[in-house]
Design a protein around this ligand. Structure first.
Ligand SMILES: *Cc1c(COP(=O)(O)O)cnc(C)c1O
Length: 389
């Protein structure tokens, strides 16, 4: 039988064909009116996609580059910062802040869990320059309560910096209402294009903090980028083809709601949430245990394999038998969980395809007592109910 490759990983995610065509056709120079027009259009669309009046900047780097830019531009050596960490990406904030000489306090939760707001409140001190967190911790497939944390930070001098790299396009943010100072996204997640671009919204409070922050920065000097980007320019050569692809992707998202990007964004979020819920229901019906049952992410679902089994075999067999690619656990979670994505260019029928495939693997590789159709049916029930509303 033939195999069709299906990417079910939470970054990179499946590519939108219209974006692939736009990238292939993007042989334009970046110091031309054509590029400036494209770049300004994409920056304006990103503001709608993020849902903010703040500046949104586009950087040619993967998501971590924008995380680093947030640390280097907002802090000075010796600053005290607070990191909320419950997974590999939370740990990245700690590593970054330490690399730039910050004194790092942490609120830490075990993998698979989220934070207790009372604990965050107790840990947050007036001397904290910034608080760093994830909206969606992709390594454990957990959603964190950005709104709840924002309420604690509001009115204080502390900056709220959120890695929304898999949160954007899967959950709703009121960036300006809540007071999120920096919100970071990446191209290879909900925006359906390859890795290589990161974007971030920056509040006036954050711009003001950059006036006195002393950490070194050069390529990721956000003040320099801001000066250029208001003119449709970038400080250095941008990833031109990816910018063209991102424009096509944002057009597609708007096109899903009659050309209204704000409504298209909401439809994209609903899509991820319904597919995530259907996947969770299907997996539970098959006898799987969810790794993060209490605050699951809509970007991806993390699933435990039964005791004595290895999730690497699930990853391997899905690939070998169906060319279906899911992600293993990271770090100490490797071999214990696998992760299946819902963010970006996935639709309901992709979820049905995944459920069909995992039923075979659950039965043949994990020895679960699966009746064919059991997982698919549970997913269909969720979809049918959501479609009715
Ligand atoms: C993908 C991802 C990142 C960025 O990783 P890069 O490899 O630098 O693109 C950061 N945070 C989260 C939550 C992610 O999912």
């Amino acid at each position: 039988m033939i195999h069709k490759t299906r990417l079910f990983t939470p970054g990179p995610t499946p590519l939108l064909p219209a974006a692939q065509f736009a990238m292939a056709a993007a042989d334009i120079h970046h110091r031309t009116p054509e590029f400036r027009a494209l770049f300004q259009k994409v920056l304006a669309q990103l503001k709608v996609f993020v849902g903010t009046q703040n500046d949104v900047l586009l950087l040619s780097c993967s998501g971590t580059g924008a995380m680093e830019a947030s640390v280097s531009n907002l802090t000075s050596p010796g600053d005290r910062v607070l990191v909320l960490t419950a997974g590999k990406f939370g740990e990245r904030w700690t590593d970054l802040a330490k690399a730039f000489g910050c004194q790092v306090d942490v609120v830490e939760k075990p993998y698979g869990q989220t934070f207790d707001l009372a604990e965050v409140k107790a840990a947050l001190k007036p001397e904290h320059k910034a608080i760093f967190m994830q909206a969606s911790e992709t390594s454990t497939a957990v959603t964190h309560d950005v709104e709840g944390v924002a309420k604690l930070v509001k009115g204080t001098g502390t900056l709220l910096v959120v890695d929304g790299i898999t949160g954007l396009g899967t959950q709703t943010f009121d960036v300006d209402g809540w007071g999120v100072d920096v919100l970071i996204g990446g191209s290879q997640k909900a925006l359906m294009i390859p890795p290589g671009l990161a974007y971030l919204s920056v509040s006036e409070k954050a711009w003001a903090a950059m006036e006195t922050s002393k950490n070194p920065r050069y390529y990721f000097d956000l003040r320099k980028e801001r000066k250029n980007q208001v003119k449709g320019e970038t400080a250095y050569t941008p990833a031109v083809a990816l910018v063209a692809g991102m424009g096509a992707s944002l057009d597609y998202i708007a096109g899903q709601a009659g050309g209204d990007l704000e409504k298209g964004r909401i439809a994209l979020i609903d899509n991820a949430q319904v597919n995530a819920k259907a996947t969770r229901a299907g997996l539970v019906a098959l006898g799987f245990t969810l790794f993060a049952p209490t605050s699951p992410s809509a970007a991806a679902t993390a699933v435990l394999v039964p005791e004595g089994k290895d999730s690497s075999d699930v990853v391997k067999e899905l690939k070998a038998r169906f060319s279906l690619v899911v992600a293993n656990g990271q770090g100490t979670m490797k071999g214990k969980i696998f992760r299946v994505a819902h963010l970006g260019f996935f639709d309901y029928l992709d979820t049905v395809a995944f459920m069909g495939a995992i039923e075979h693997i659950a039965r043949d590789v994990l020895g679960l007592p699966v009746v064919y159709g059991q997982g698919v049916a549970a997913a269909q029930e969720v979809y049918a109910k959501a479609a009715k509303n």
